[in-house]
Design a protein around this ligand. Structure first.
Ligand code: SAM
Ligand code: SF4
Ligand code: FES
Length: 355
């Protein structure tokens, strides 16, 4: 065995047994990873997940309720500057219909996601949360509606929202500034700490393969996650959108995304880790591969089919024409084929003690 492989094995063993590495070790691992070590990490990650959550995969129903957004994230197809898309907003009744359909299909978590849309004032969001909670008191609500003030987040939490997803996107300030001309890296990070302080189950996360992203940048992502200790981590490949300045760049790769999923599982063994739609969009077996590398959540779409293709964050997004019921059975089949079973409970983080 070469000394490089020996060192790599020592590093992956340390990661498996101690759930920790320092920046130098992690960078060495990322710079020198090969097929054998990749397989080793994937197996260790899957084993870690099974030790904690068994072979169950949690299901969440995703409702993309607005594609209006005031922000200009360079990579995103629904950024404010894109004049080529049909904008839509769902009414409270339409959102409730999605929940009703989701409830019939067995979902016990509704993820409300959208652009940063000022039409939905805090009062409107609170009304949406309270109405869903009144009708489906045994279900969890996850919000993913971007950066808000501490007080707004607190209002949403007090109204009954349980979880909040806010990817930090990249923990490299230089890279963040490159893709977010009018936003502040520090504010985004501050939002995540505020969400934790308020008591949400918090999801951070990052994209893989952003143009110019290096292994050093990915090390920063992992070190930030290690410090924040979020309950969830959303990791997906960057995929270009034709109406953005990044249209000619390559997508993040399945390999790198899988490796980063496995590494995050090993750093945070109890984390809730989705196999994302973006992963399924770059590879027909992407989500299955993600589940086998440590992911334990999937989020099929509950949005009305008439608006599905309008929530186009990137080109080639899957499931844009499929009914909620079709995605529900399709994903169950994929989960089973990957060797797991579905879990339709709320699927809180295993250390969650409730409100
Ligand atoms: N507006 C909210 C926010 O930004 O937090 C929530 C919705 S936003 C569309 C959800 C996620 O989509 C972002 O956090 C980003 O990581 C991801 N996303 C946007 N454009 C993408 C692209 N071109 N490729 C892959 N993921 C993308
Ligand atoms: Fe808006 Fe979120 Fe897209 Fe940024 S990533 S433009 S905040 S929807
Ligand atoms: Fe939507 Fe397969 S998950 S069609």
């Amino acid at each position: 065995m070469s000394s490089k492989i020996k060192t790599l094995k020592q590093i992956t063993n340390k990661l498996y047994y101690q759930n920790n590495l320092d920046s130098k070790e992690l960078l060495y691992l990322l710079n020198n990873i090969n097929t054998e070590i990749k397989q080793d990490i994937i197996e260790k990650s899957n084993k870690t997940k099974i030790n904690i959550y068994g072979n169950k995969i949690f299901m969440r129903g995703l409702i993309e309720f607005t594609n209006y957004c005031k922000k200009s994230c360079e990579y995103c197809g629904i950024r404010a500057q894109n004049k080529n898309i049909d904008r839509y907003r769902l009414s409270l009744d339409q959102i409730l219909s999605c929940c009703e359909e989701g409830n019939k299909l067995g979902f016990k978590t509704f993820v409300l996601q959208g652009g940063e849309d000022s039409y939905y004032t805090d009062d409107k969001i609170v009304e949406i949360i309270q109405t869903i909670k009144k009708n489906y008191s045994d279900s969890a609500i996850t919000l993913s509606i971007g950066e808000k003030s501490y007080d707004s987040y607190k209002n949403f939490f007090d109204a009954g929202a349980d979880r909040y997803l806010l990817r930090h996107e990249t923990a490299s300030k230089e890279l963040y500034d490159k893709f977010h001309k009018n936003s502040s890296f520090e504010s985004r990070i501050k939002c995540l700490w505020n969400l934790k302080k308020i008591g949400f189950q918090v999801g951070a996360g990052f994209m893989i393969g952003l143009p110019g992203q290096s292994n050093e940048d990915l090390v920063k992502d992992v070190m930030f996650i290690k410090e924040l200790q979020p309950h969830m981590v959303g990791i997906g490949p960057f995929i270009p959108h034709k109406d953005t300045s990044l249209r000619n760049n390559n997508s993040g790769t399945i390999d790198k995304t899988i490796i980063m999923l496995a590494i995050i599982r090993l750093f945070l063994p109890k984390v809730l880790l989705p196999a994302t739609t973006a992963l399924g969009s770059i590879d027909p077996l992407g989500r299955e591969k993600g589940l086998q590398a440590g992911a334990n959540v999937v989020m099929p779409n509950l949005s009305p089919t008439v608006v599905r293709d309008k929530y186009a964050l990137y080109d080639g997004k899957i499931c844009t024409g499929d009914e909620a019921a079709k995605c529900r059975t399709c994903i169950e089949d994929k989960i089973n084929k990957a060797g797991f079973t579905i879990d339709m409970s709320r699927g809180d983080h295993i250390s969650w003690k409730g409100r």
